[in-house]
Design a protein around this ligand. Structure first.
Ligand code: FPP
Length: 240
């Protein structure tokens, strides 16, 4: 059911994916180092999450750090990781708002203190149900599918499964997004029109919305625009 911010009858997507792009360009335009763009981007993340809840979105997933982002200069990677740590403490405020927090991606390469904080935030928020906030950190869609295939291959090796038993459902059950529904709407700011390895399995039937606004400038009203456009589209899921 659409909330007051949206026209009567708006179909609100259940799961929205966000590719937080344009932080570097936002900083460059102001003659600032890239990390300042990420700092502003992190503030936008906080505002948009709260607004998504007001709009009645049930799941929101942010692409915060990809498996390819390690190739960036070390000081930029360090700055992003520092922001995570800071926001993981702040994410606790979301818990007070009844928001569940989940992480997807390969955690093994992250600092141990960060991994511990992630696990404790997930544990402490596991029973909350007003909205689920998913953060994709060291995440790559291809990497995730390969991970699921390795789990299934082990089961075949152990004689628990026949290769012919492998179905899309089984692959899906072993993705990081277990119990998280498919993505309905992917939002990418900053003018790029690519998925960039973001939830490629889960976005198979997602609508795509892009805008030239850079992520640090993205506002609640921009999220509303994306939801309204989504609502106006006619999704057929391969049918007619
Ligand atoms: C893409 O913009 C952004 C990132 C790779 C990092 C996003 C990370 C944050 C906003 C930091 C904190 C996140 C949380 C969840 C607290 P870009 O740097 O590729 O921008 P550009 O295309 O303009 O260079």
């Amino acid at each position: 059911m659409a909330k007051a911010y949206l026209p009567e009858g708006t179909k609100v997507p259940c799961h929205v994916g966000v590719i937080m792009d344009g932080n570097g360009r936002w900083a460059k335009k102001r003659g600032l180092p890239r990390k300042f763009g990420h700092r502003e981007g992190a503030k936008t993340f906080r505002e948009i999450t709260r607004h998504a809840k007001r709009l009645g979105i049930s799941y929101i997933t942010y692409y915060a750090f990809s498996t390819e982002n390690w190739k960036r200069p070390q000081d930029e990677v360090d700055a992003i990781m520092e922001l995570f740590e800071k926001y993981l403490d702040e994410v606790r405020d979301f818990i007070d708002e009844n928001i569940r927090v989940r992480f997807i991606g390969d955690r093994s390469r992250l600092k141990e203190t960060l991994q511990k904080k992630m696990a404790s935030v997930e544990e402490d928020s596991k029973d909350f149900d007003s909205m689920t906030l998913v953060l994709a950190i060291n995440y790559g869609g291809q990497d995730e599918i390969a991970h699921s295939c390795r789990v299934l291959a082990e089961r075949v090796k152990n004689g628990e499964l026949e290769p012919s038993d492998i179905t899309p459902e089984l692959i899906e059950q072993n993705l990081y997004t277990e119990e998280i529904p498919p993505v309905d709407l992917v939002i990418r700011p900053s003018g790029e029109q690519r998925l960039s390895n973001f939830m490629i399995w889960q976005s198979a039937y997602a609508e795509f919305y892009y805008t030239n606004i850079l992520w640090p400038d993205f506002k609640g009203s921009d999220l509303e625009k994306a939801v309204i456009e989504y609502s106006d589209r006619n999704r057929r899921f391969g049918g007619v």
